[in-house]
Design a protein around this ligand. Sequence first.
Ligand code: NAI
Ligand code: MG
Length: 493
Amino acid sequence: MAKKKLKDLKVNFNTSWEYAPAPESKDHVKINDRYDLFINGKFTAPQSGKYFDTINPATEKKIAEIADASAEDVNMAVVAARKAYDNVWSKLPAKERGKYIYRIARIIQERAREFAVIESMDGGKPIRESRDVDVPLAAAHFFYYAGWADKLDYAAPGKKVRPLGVAGQIIPWNFPLLMAAWKIAPAIAAGNTVVLKPAETTSLTALKLAEVIRDSGLPDGVVNIVTGAGVTGAAIVNHPDINKIAFTGSTEVGKIIQRSIAGTNKKYTLELGGKAANIIFEDAAIDQAVEGIVNGIFFNQGHVCCAGSRLFVQESIAETVIRKLKDRMETLIVGDPLDKNTDIGAINSKDQLNKIKQYIKIGMNEGGTCYQSSCAIPTKGYFHRPTLFTNVSQSSRVVQEEIFGPVLAVQTFRTVEEVIEKANNIPYGLSGGVWTDKGSKIFKVTSQLRAGVVWANTYNKFDPTSPFGGYKESGVGREGGLHGVMPYVKIEN
Ligand code: NAI
Ligand code: MG
């Protein structure tokens, strides 16, 4: 009898426990069957008449059709942006620009739940993250840069801070709405106009943002949103009437962009790949560190450019840390992104899932020891178990290359000097983390790690006031804070 009751409660003593499903409701969410391009304040059908499907990676079902913008469509968007820049936006008093941006921020907050659900449906990330991280941070970015609109002259005393003109912005699929906010907010606050392209697998929240922008009354043409794949992105990059390119995505495409605009007057910022080192010293609060490591790599399925994908553990505590990590991994719930209990949602696309699986094979062929949690994963949709590699070396490809999935490579070290050298021995330099009880070690490590952001005793903490960006092949320029607006202005006497 007692046994039956326990079974009914679905208690699983092997792991921890199972929760009853707690899916977020989709009833309040309105998604059209088809989305056109947002050009000059209006949704406009693409010249070619071509559309592509956006699918839900957790179900493999089609959600909507998205317009595929050609070079002609991109040109129409650039013409609209130029006209809005010349006739309206660059002439408007800065404090008036700020008012529109505050309005966009407030509407995002009002529609936060809708944005969160759509973000999880289109991109596969757990609702807990889209609800608690992506959407609030996107609103926070608009609020923050709205505040800068009429204060930029104070940032360069005695000089004039002027916009550049039309900015072309290309963003990836890992934080679709948030990346749109990171790009649009500083650009328009500084008086530029924008043509933005979301990633082809995650266009929906950018198109919802287009609705918000329209509803905010922002003058037509200040923000234009064109959808499509790499060809559409390249048409933006190569358009002669664009003054600045802002790109977030792979290092490979970043390099193509750099080559394409070499010799032109276009300014650029690139936020590219990463392979962050998370370093745990023996004096760290271990449980807290393990939680941070788990958050740093399994958060958002590892689809994070600053994911803590390399772990360095001091030798004396390696066994304990690895055991605790495995225990914690066992409790992670992989599944329906819309379920509030889900820790790891769907991998963004079939291509990305194949790439991750390929790296698992590479890691094993190189002699790495692979450990995966034993959880069940849905049979439909693109899912991957949290994975850990031990017995890997500095030259292993799973240590050197960006996987962009829930895969952690663990190495050990003995001294501070050794770990700094190992952590820096990589083409990337976006972020890192250090876990120790000693302030002096924090200072030493953070000052010697060649990475744009280093967190201490925490990980993946973001705030609009704080600049973010990379060293080496992780990119050029900063986003966030006052640093993030500077690439959108020229300073004149
Ligand atoms: P990607 O770099 O191809 O895509 C990013 C954006 O660039 C998308 O909007 C795409 O349409 C656009 N794009 C593609 N080719 C272009 C071109 N020639 N000119 C202009 N725009 C272009 O990244 P992808 O293929 O989706 O992912 C591949 C790998 O890149 C991932 O596995 C990951 O390692 C890395 N990645 C890194 C990101 C980051 O935040 N650092 C974000 C996304 C991917
Ligand atoms: Mg999609």
